[in-house]
Design a protein around this ligand. Structure first.
Ligand code: NDP
Length: 287
């Protein structure tokens, strides 16, 4: 039986720390504020927004939703994003992505001020993450993986870590963050030859693939630690979610594993709040 690396205790510890930091800011007359930028009403976006608002409420972070119709023009939306970016009350910005195809997302992202980019949507933000500049905010999901590893006291220095996935949202940034902690990281993708062997060789395996239950018992070995980033519709249980790891097959074999749901995904909104508070502290010269 593997130890379950549950997300809730990690999120609770982050929130507890933030409650104190927000109280200290409020004592100075400052309230951290998060701005959501949303185009349209995609159910996934609304679900995430609802969860994030609840987490903000629990910590004392203010927020404002800037919502726009799906047929907004490029020009109008650019003006709107520039205005949110220039709003002195807003410390952090989360823009839901992808934007509708009618909008030039690359251009829009570049309009978000880097110091307010709490989910690493800008090239400037990514540049900071990839150059180990600690004033930049990595995306919330890879940061959630790191928070879980830290919370459960899992040493990373010198460890062999295999990351499956090379997206800019998860695979690449989590690899950078692991390297920052002196892990030896192998990044795999759809063209990796002999993926099974590369996975089995690792001491820690991070799955960020987007394929339900792909990592089965063949990919793992005794003693491994498995971080499952995947969130996929469960092909065996309609209406439920599952990870990129076949939990039932892998859990009896490995030492520690994050569950899905209840693992990485349950830490991301706490990280979003942490980044917003950090942004507020930095913008006020307090960090
Ligand atoms: P992407 O689709 O952008 O990237 C998937 C990566 O997996 C790519 O690098 C791809 O390789 C690789 N891949 C796909 N198939 C294979 C294969 N058969 N063998 C090896 N590698 C493969 O996904 P994301 O990075 O955005 O997301 C990954 C997962 O994490 C998804 O399940 C997503 O739902 C979940 N997620 C969870 C979040 C959370 O809060 N927990 C937030 C964000 C994402 P290649 O580059 O060659 O195509």
């Amino acid at each position: 039986m593997a130890e379950l690396l549950k997300g809730k205790p990690v999120a609770d510890a982050i929130k507890e720390d933030l409650v104190n930091r927000v109280a200290a800011l409020k004592a100075k007359g400052i309230t951290p504020k998060l701005g959501f930028i949303r185009v349209g009403e995609r159910p996934d976006d609304l679900y995430y927004e609802g969860g994030a608002k609840k987490t903000c409420d629990g910590i004392g972070i203010a927020y404002e939703v800037f919502a726009y119709p799906e047929d907004i023009s490029q020009e109008e939306f650019e003006k709107a994003v520039i205005a949110v970016g220039a709003n002195p009350e807003i410390n952090g910005i989360l823009m839901f992505s992808p934007l509708p195809e009618s909008l030039d997302e690359k251009k829009i992202r570049s309009l978000i001020p880097v110091e307010k980019d709490v989910d690493c949507l800008t090239v400037g933000g990514a540049g900071k993450v990839f150059t180990d500049d600690l004033t930049g905010f990595p995306p919330c999901t890879p940061t959630a993986c790191m928070e879980i590893l830290k919370h459960y006291g899992i040493p990373l220095q010198g460890k062999r870590v295999t990351v499956i996935g090379r997206s800019l949202v998860v695979g690449k940034p989590v690899s950078m963050l692991l390297m920052r902690e002196n892990a030896t990281v192998t990044i795999c993708h759809s063209r990796t030859v002999n993926l099974l062997a590369v996975c089995r060789e690792a001491e820690i395996l991070v799955a960020a693939i987007g394929r339900a239950k792909m990592i089965n018992a063949d990919y793992v070995r005794e003693g491994q630690i498995v971080i499952d980033v995947g969130i996929n519709p469960d092909p065996d249980r309609p209406g439920k979610y599952c990870g990129d790891v076949d939990f039932d097959a892998v859990e009896p074999l490995v030492a520690k594993i994050t569950p899905v749901p209840g693992g990485v995904g349950s830490v991301t909104t706490a990280v979003l709040c942490k980044h917003t508070v950090m942004a507020c502290e930095m913008q006020n010269g307090l960090a």
